[in-house]
Design a protein around this ligand. Structure first.
Ligand SMILES: [Zn+2]
Ligand SMILES: [Zn+2]
Length: 258
């Protein structure tokens, strides 16, 4: 499996239009390392057509960078605007090229998307993946995770059928219960969302772990490798992290080899 990070920011993108902090200032320079779009992944699995994970409002621009003209498989973690805002544009693509298109998500997420964009199903087949799915040689499991004040999201875990190599994508989560942490244990590649380096706001107003909390949590989850994504302008991706951890870089490709 190859994963390309097409979006690595939080809900608002970096730079913020109104902001002159050092990260936003750096993000406006040519070849900036901190310029980032809303969270998305481009997945290439075996011989399958690419799968796009989360379709935020930057989807059009992300597709232009990717050089893909069309996508026919879309996987959605939850129905927040930074993860679904591009679906109407994707629907337009599906309608125009008129090829089969599939939107995969947990059934309650599909229900939310249906109520928000009722016309999508004229062109796109909704596929509920509460019981999992199979893409090429990879088994996918999804589970509901606490997203703090913002409600809930789903995390995705891919396991390679032969080797057992495992990849988790959990972009939006906070204060996970013991049960919600079970599938996060001992994975080969963990990709997890954060927003701030250290978030001072009262716990009841928060919706994502900060970097310092994740550094502590991975000591109990024991993943082989960790990539932090969903990064606000509070985070300069040049900031050092402990061994085995890195910040996601826009448009960087990651080979997940069993
Ligand atoms: Zn988000
Ligand atoms: Zn969210």
């Amino acid at each position: 499996m190859e994963i390309i990070f097409r979006g690595t920011s939080d809900a608002h993108g970096v730079p913020r239009l109104y902001c002159d902090c050092t990260v936003c200032t750096e993000a406006r320079k040519p070849n900036a390392q901190n310029r980032r779009m809303r969270p998305s992944l481009e997945l290439h699995i075996d011989q399958m057509l690419p799968i796009w994970v989360d379709c935020g409002p930057d989807w059009y621009e992300q597709m232009s960078v990717s050089k893909l003209k069309t996508v026919s498989h879309m996987l959605i973690t939850h129905a927040h605007f930074d993860h679904i805002g591009g679906l109407p544009q994707w629907h337009d693509q599906c309608r125009y090229v008129n090829q089969p298109a599939f939107l995969y998500a947990a059934s309650e997420v599909l229900e939310e998307i249906r109520s928000r964009f009722p016309w999508l199903q004229t062109q796109i087949t909704f596929v509920a993946i509460d019981e999992g799915a199979r893409f090429g040689d990879w088994n996918l499991r999804v589970w509901r995770v606490n997203h703090g004040r913002n409600g809930y999201s789903y995390a995705l875990r891919f396991d390679h059928a032969e080797s057992g190599y495992s990849v988790v994508y959990c972009p939006d989560s906070f204060q996970l219960s013991k049960q919600e942490q079970v599938l996060l244990q001992h994975v080969d590649q963990l990709i997890i969302g954060t927003s701030f380096y250290y978030e001072e706001a009262p716990t009841e107003t928060r919706s994502l772990y900060d970097v310092l909390e994740i550094i502590e949590l991975v000591k109990t989850w024991c993943p082989k490798s960790v990539i932090l994504t969903h990064l606000s302008h509070d985070i300069d991706i040049g900031t050092p992290l402990p061994g085995g951890m890195a910040f996601a870089t826009m448009n960087k490709s990651l080979a997940c080899c069993p």
